[in-house]
Design a protein around this ligand. Structure first.
Ligand code: SDX
Length: 393
């Protein structure tokens, strides 16, 4: 491409892999997908077009996009028998537990797209996963709240289909608000891929053994669930509610700075960003838009979030350690305003990130030097010693 990035040799020697998909400059707070900045994609593109970009390396022509969207639309249904997987869980099962189980089980239903040596099967698996994740996430939610499953429809766009599958009930039709659908689509785009984060590295490691794509994505979902990673959006909203009012903020900031207190400001800090996470900036704008639309201008949680951000950024501890809001800081506020419970925040992150995992999985498989992941260790345990019989211990 036009811009060829060169890395400091030291970095290259520690890099997990070479990739052409996503570039992050943590110091500048820059995020590029195939060279396109995330703020331009979030404002000018839409999720399925970004999926095409991540999967195939460039923005599609109108015809390419139409074909791609048609293929995704026509794969949104789940094998009818998969409903029994959902029904096997307790009603109070976390939707992420259901998603890990159902996605892993897909290899038992779609075994004609599990042979990773067949490029066509890899392509079919990719489309199936992107197409079916909204149905799986929506049905995990419906099962959780005790409502009947709502089937996808081919006359709705990707985000509208997901919102309708979540919120429509047989008793009355759910009319998707285009502004909400746009906000939902933007959240999908902002979470689509993020270089070699923990869950993507998990998918790459699993794929290096030749595991089928559904098993690899299930592994990524399991890793994303953790509160230090994708689970942070749920943990952040719960933290903002625990803070409750602006006057409680100093107490929580003091706790976050206290070395003896395990409390962290959820939605703050990042392994790579030492500047604003560009996704958080777009998310904050979106939060204002969606809450205005919902007529929740003076949302107390949003007020606490904005004041917490302001006070933390003015605090030398956060400033000196270069801790800024990340993608998870505002997303929960938007999702709750849309009507989602906190337990659905990470499933929505997983749904969005599936294209990133799949793109990186395909790149890993196309790497001629790909070997099974086998990290070494620094052994610091006992040196050689002989067995001691129990009577002599
Ligand atoms: C995601 O990798 C990705 O790309 C992930 C992600 C993606 O799109 O895939 O971006 C999504 O996972 C975003 C991160 C979501 N997690 C959270 O918001 C949880 C809260 N954040 C922290 O747990 C933490 O910031 C991490 C885990 C994200 C990063 O931890 P690090 O690697 O320890 O961060 P650091 O090295 O920059 O920390 C520097 C210092 C440390 O203190 P010292 O050891 O130097 O004394 O800052 C401290 C940290 O303890 N610190 C925090 C803090 N985050 C780091 N102190 C208080 N609150 C925080 N949130």
């Amino acid at each position: 491409g036009a811009g060829v990035f060169t890395y400091d040799p030291g970095f290259t020697s520690t890099a997990a892999c070479k990739s052409t998909i996503t570039f992050i400059d943590g110091d500048k707070g820059e995020l590029l997908h195939r060279g396109y900045p995330i703020d331009q994609l979030a404002s000018k593109s839409h999720y399925l077009e970004v999926c095409y970009l991540l999967l195939y390396g460039d923005l599609p022509t109108a015809k390419q996009l139409e074909d791609f969207e048609s293929r995704v639309t026509n794969h949104t249904m789940l094998h009818e028998q998969m409903q029994y997987f959902f029904r096997g869980f307790r009603r109070d099962a976390h939707p992420m537990a259901i998603m890990v189980g159902v996605v892993g089980a897909m290899s038992a239903f779609y075994h004609d797209s599990t042979d990773i040596t067949d490029p066509w099967q890899r392509e079919v698996a990719s489309i199936r996963l992107i197409a079916k994740m909204p149905t799986i996430a929506a049905w995990a939610y419906k099962y959780h709240v005790g409502q009947p499953f709502v089937y996808p429809r081919n006359d709705l766009d990707y985000a509208s289909n997901f919102l309708r599958m979540c919120f429509a009930v047989p008793a009355e039709e759910y009319v998707v608000d285009p502004i909400l659908s746009r906000a939902m689509d933007r959240i999908f785009t902002l979470h689509a891929d993020h270089e070699q984060n923990a869950s993507t590295s998990t998918v790459r490691l699993a794929s290096s053994s030749g595991a089928n794509p559904f098993a690899c994505i299930a592994a990524g979902i399991a890793c994303l669930w953790g509160p230090a990673h994708g689970g942070a959006n749920q943990a952040c909203l719960e933290m903002l509610k625990e803070i409750g009012t602006v006057d409680k903020i100093p107490e929580f900031i003091a706790r976050a700075k206290d070395k003896n207190d395990p409390f962290r400001l959820m939605g703050f800090g990042h392994r790579v960003y030492k500047n604003f996470d560009p996704r958080a900036t777009v998310m904050k704008q979106s939060a204002d838009e969606v809450l205005d639309l919902m007529g929740i201008e003076d949302n107390p949680v949003l007020q606490v979030a904005k004041e917490l951000e302001k006070q933390a950024l003015e605090d030398p501890y956060f400033h000196d350690k270069k801790l800024f809001p990340n993608v998870d800081f505002y997303s929960g506020i938007i999702l709750e305003a849309m009507g989602f419970p906190t337990s659905m925040f990470t499933p929505i992150f997983a749904l969005s990130r599936t294209v990133g995992w799949i793109s990186q999985w395909k790149e890993q498989l196309s790497d001629p030097e790909m070997k099974i992941g086998r990290p070494r260790q620094l052994y610091v345990g006992e040196t050689l010693r002989d067995y001691v019989d129990i009577e002599n211990r």
